[in-house]
Unconditional design. Sequence first.
Lengths: 115, 112
Amino acid sequence: EPEVTQTPSHQVTQMGQEVILRCVPISNHLYFYWYRQILGQKVEFLVSFYNNEISEKSEIFDDQFSVERPDGSNFTLKIRSTKLEDSAMYFCASSENRGGQETQYFGPGTRLLVL
Amino acid sequence: GESVGLHLPTLSVQEGDNSIINCAYSNSASDYFIWYKQESGKGPQFIIDIRSNMDKRQGQRVTVLLNKTVKHLSLQIAATQPGDSAVYFCAEKKVGAQKLVFGQGTRLTINP
């Protein structure tokens, strides 16, 4: 069964450093998403991406964040200058969004720890 | 504003019993609702979804009920098994939006 994959599974970084989180969405999906989950809290939407541009973003997704689809398979989230409060699980998701198929399928996540 | 919340943070059931997990939502513009299961250290796993033009949908051992009058969503798990232990999240999506709005989650524990 196709699934969303993410790398790395864990990332430790120093405050102020740049990090890039990588995702490979399900191959025939058209919409891609990033969510985050701070420890013990609910999952929060960051951004959605369609047709090589951001289609929706939350107030969390400020200028420190960016997304990119550098090739036909990868989808990345970059945090330019990490802050302590960026420590969280980051989940990538994808959906087909054709024929009424809206289900978003999530990857296993990247645990980011900012020191 | 928009919010999706859960009535109970924890639910403990006996193995073999049925489980009912509840969710309240406040945005009447939402037309799509999903239940996810999250095991420790893993990503949310899709369980079942329902559109606002339905009030019930069944899957394998799971049933989702939607009551739009009181803005209430529930997940019923039949014959709960140890593998059902997880945190369960409901999520909603508005018409024309892509983002899912998640609730706080209910932790389901199974007693042997």
